[in-house]
Design a protein. Structure first.
Length: 333
């Protein structure tokens, strides 16, 4: 609930521009109609001070201008009251499925594919203030990292905790990761349910294929956006030998774009290819714009009129002006 002040007819306030003109007209008319006597020497009246009647008479044009201004403000219908707004969120339930296989250590993204994916995911989470988020990981197998939550800070902490080796193995169970993400959304009552799946490889592990998981998503009405990560050519990944020596190994680019595109087309989503860090961030930003949360706002307002606070002083000033001109400042022809 908030306190509010408004003019019901604000267009009337345009008439305030006439107030200075009306005051000027009064001074002009007074100057033209003032009688005068000719003296050969003005020093005879130089020391005479204006009387209190003359002082009052001099400010009456301003009083009339003030009366006009107050009248205009009153006609604009000033109102004061309270406004109660009730915001209902038609949210989106989002599951992030992130590949953490060994190839995500490749250095073709800065500083590597996994760290770039984490940074982009955190940026995406920060933008989803009204949505419920869950996170699943997949490598040789799959795992639930963060169950559905509305707490963005918690989701960010879980993403920050992702590290190389969190799931053992260099293999990639894309179907398992997608299946777990879809399972996070199966009981959701949100207006829209979305999976954002990120991988740099080919499904070569797990008991469920990516297409089978996509069919389950389609049956549940879950939309899947897929992201293929990695450059066009071979990439370099660091390897630690049994003796603890860090070496480097070249791996081929093997993103299964055909399957990822098929998954997204089956479920009504889109496929994206991230060839560098900036491109990956832009993809998450685009997905964010495609899946915006809708807000419904119910507003109840209770206003009270305040024009009488202006009419009353205006009438008092107008009455004083009339009485002064009729009795105190009366002029003879």
């Amino acid at each position: 609930m908030i306190t509010d002040f408004r003019f019901l007819h604000p267009w009337v306030l345009i008439a305030l521009a006439l107030v200075p003109f009306v005051i000027w007209l009064q001074f002009r008319a007074r100057k033209q109609g003032t009688p005068a006597l000719l003296f050969s020497d003005g020093s005879l009246v130089a020391g005479i001070r204006p009387t209190w009647r003359q002082r009052i008479d001099a400010v009456l044009p301003f009083v009339r201008g003030l009366v006009l201004a107050l009248g205009i403000l009153a006609l604009a219908r000033p109102q004061h009251g309270t406004v109660e707004r009730s915001v209902r969120t038609l949210g989106v339930d989002i599951a992030l499925a992130i590949d953490v296989s060994g190839s995500m250590q490749a250095l073709d993204l800065t500083p590597n594919r996994l760290e770039a994916a984490k940074e982009a995911a955190i940026q995406f989470i920060k933008a989803r203030a009204a949505d419920r988020l869950s996170i699943t990981l997949f490598g040789k197998s799959g795992a639930i990292l963060c169950p559905p939550t509305f707490d963005r800070d918690v989701a960010e902490l879980f993403v920050q905790s992702i590290d190389n080796g969190i799931i053992n193995g260099d293999m990639t169970a894309v179907g398992t990761g997608l299946g777990l993400a879809v399972d996070m959304l199966k009981d959701s009552e949100a207006r829209s349910r979305v999976v954002v799946l990120l991988t740099d490889g080919v499904n070569n592990s797990g008991q469920i294929s990516p297409i089978q998981a996509a069919e389950a998503a389609k049956a549940l009405g879950v939309k899947v956006y897929t992201i293929g990560v990695g450059g066009e050519g071979p990439a370099i990944i660091p390897r630690v030998t049994p003796r603890g020596v860090v070496g480097y190994q070249q791996i081929a680019a093997d993103v299964d774009e055909r399957t990822l595109r098929q998954i997204s087309e089956m479920t009504g989503g889109q496929y994206f290819r991230a060839r560098d860090t900036d491109g990956l961030k832009q993809i998450y930003t685009e997905i964010d714009s495609l899946e915006r949360t809708e807000l419904e706002v119910d507003e109840t307002a209770d206003y009270e009129e305040r024009f009488f606070y202006l009419w009353f002083p205006a009438l008092m000033l107008l009455g004083a002006d009339v009485l002064l001109r009729a009795f105190v400042l009366r002029r003879l022809p």
